[in-house]
Design a protein around this ligand. Structure first.
Ligand SMILES: *[C@@H]1O[C@H](CO)[C@@H](O)[C@H](O)[C@H]1NC(C)=O
Ligand SMILES: *[C@@H]1O[C@H](CO)[C@@H](O)[C@H](O)[C@H]1NC(C)=O
Ligand SMILES: *[C@@H]1O[C@H](CO)[C@@H](O)[C@H](O)[C@H]1NC(C)=O
Ligand SMILES: *[C@@H]1O[C@H](CO)[C@@H](O)[C@H](O)[C@H]1NC(C)=O
Ligand SMILES: *[C@@H]1O[C@H](CO)[C@@H](O)[C@H](O)[C@H]1NC(C)=O
Length: 410
């Protein structure tokens, strides 16, 4: 937890490296649906997303232990809490999901996938999936001459108790012009309510974490492309913005950032897990050095109830809003308080627009949902930094160098 000594030590600058040499990577356009097209947010969906993010991270800890034989160092830092009374169904709507297109099989069929650094499997609905997958394009291994069944199953448990099961295959998978000839993928034979078309826009997920948290215990697509020598740089880059968002594979897109990257070493390869130095409000530190899981598949900044309360105590007009969902906070819609997160010595400002998730319904547009929230199963040993943070910086995800880098958006 926060102590002045830890604060000073954590503030020592990590090395900043020059931009990597010109690479021949490839840009993948990505989009998300407007998170609140009418300016009015949906608090029930927000609450569902908080729980979904935390449950996803917790289930990855279990996969880590199965795959590596040792407990994930953070696995003891969450506690089991009973489900909320009147718990809402898991409504992880696609609104805040960043997705793009891949193609799978021979002949190639295109699918939309959520690019998720908080998981590590390529996950598609299979042709064996019935009505729970309706509206999604399904992967049919029988129609692909390059598909191979691995005769292995997988199962994923969601926080609402629903279980998604299916079978593992390998097949040819391409993203833009980068092709993996034998990529392991999970074909789901049923989908949970959170993944129905109404709640989840893309067909599937493309995990961009490390193999240690893979449910299939198989290399994620980017790692397969590295092993096959299809990409020469072991880095991918992300820009998330209202327009011109992009995933760059095999390096970073130097047109999208200025200056050097500040790099932070990963503490464990599983999630993209590294420490931030502090979170400040109005320039005053409110949360000290803490482990972060950088997750493109999460919307908010999610922390423990005590840390999150400290953050909102310093924001004028902010209020805890348990009636809108456990851990949810509101801010005045006119909110413009400077919030920043120091990562490896680089101060990343969280723009008021990115921290404001839209107005609370039926409240005359005076009260808005905040981009940070608490989850009571978290104890403060780690926070999840999702889209609300990542929108404010260009990020470089260095698989080979086991580090994450941040540069100022151009
Ligand atoms: C592939 O075809 C076989 C034989 O018709 C069938 O039993 C199986 O369910 C099919 N697999 C999928 C994933 O559709
Ligand atoms: C993909 O396309 C880019 C840009 O056209 C090119 O520079 C790169 O060499 C291509 N990569 C492969 C593996 O074909
Ligand atoms: C999916 O199928 C498995 C195995 O048959 C079952 O245990 C599970 O409850 C199903 N999940 C949903 C969401 O229907
Ligand atoms: C509605 O806005 C007022 C401030 O104008 C605030 O005090 C109240 O808590 C808000 N209601 C909800 C449901 O957030
Ligand atoms: C709603 O906002 C409008 C415009 O700011 C204001 O004129 C009106 O009095 C407000 N109504 C309530 C019930 O707060």
């Amino acid at each position: 937890m926060y102590s002045p000594l830890a604060f000073v030590l954590a503030s020592l600058p990590f090395l900043t490296a020059a931009v990597s040499p010109a690479s021949h990577g490839i840009a993948v356009p990505i989009t998300k649906r407007d998170n609140h097209p009418t300016g009015v947010a949906d608090p029930s969906k927000l609450h569902g997303r908080i729980k979904h993010s935390v449950a996803k991270i917790q289930s990855g800890f279990a996969a880590y232990e199965r795959n590596t034989g040792v407990a994930h160092p953070l696995s003891r830092s969450t506690k089991h809490v009973g489900r909320d009374s009147g718990s809402d169904p898991l409504t992880d709507d696609s609104a805040m999901r960043w997705y793009g297109t891949i193609s799978v099989g021979t002949p190639a069929v295109s699918f939309t996938v959520d690019f998720d650094t908080g998981s590590s499997d390529l996950f598609l609905p299979s042709s064996k999936c019935g009505s729970s997958c309706s509206g999604h394009k399904v992967y049919n291994p029988n129609a692909s001459s390059t598909a191979q069944a691995l005769s292995k199953t997988f199962s994923l448990t969601f926080d609402d108790g629903s279980i998604v099961t299916g079978e593992q295959y390998t097949d040819v998978v391409s993203i833009v012009n980068l092709t993996a000839n034998s990529q392991t993928l999970a074909g789901a034979t049923n989908y949970s309510s959170s993944l129905t078309r109404k709640n989840f826009m893309p067909d599937g997920l493309m995990g961009m974490g490390f193999q240690a948290i893979s449910r299939c215990n198989a290399p994620p697509l980017f790692q397969t492309l590295i092993s096959a020598g299809v990409v020469t740089s072991q880095v991918f880059g992300f820009k998330f913005a209202t327009s011109g968002s992009e995933l760059f594979l095999g390096g970073t897109n130097s047109a999208l950032y200025t200056g050097d990257f500040t790099w932070i070493p990963l503490t464990v390869e599983g999630y993209w897990q590294a420490s931030f130095n502090r979170i400040s409000v109005n320039g005053n530190p409110v949360v000290g050095s803490t482990t972060a899981i950088f997750d493109t598949g999460s919307t908010q900044i999610i922390g423990d109830p005590t840390g999150i309360a400290k953050l909102f105590d310093s924001i004028s007009g902010a209020q805890s809003a348990p009636h809108l969902g456990d851990g949810v906070y509101t801010i005045p819609c006119s909110f413009d308080t400077p919030i920043s997160i120091d990562v490896g010595g680089k101060t990343v400002g969280i723009s008021p627009a990115s921290f404001n998730l839209g107005s609370v319904p039926h409240n005359n547009s005076s009260t808005c949902l905040a981009g940070a929230a608490a989850d009571k199963s978290l104890t403060g040993e780690f926070w999840i930094l999702g889209d609300v943070f990542l929108q404010n910086v260009y990020s470089a995800w260095d698989v080979g160098g086991s580090r994450i880098g941040f540069a100022t958006l151009a």
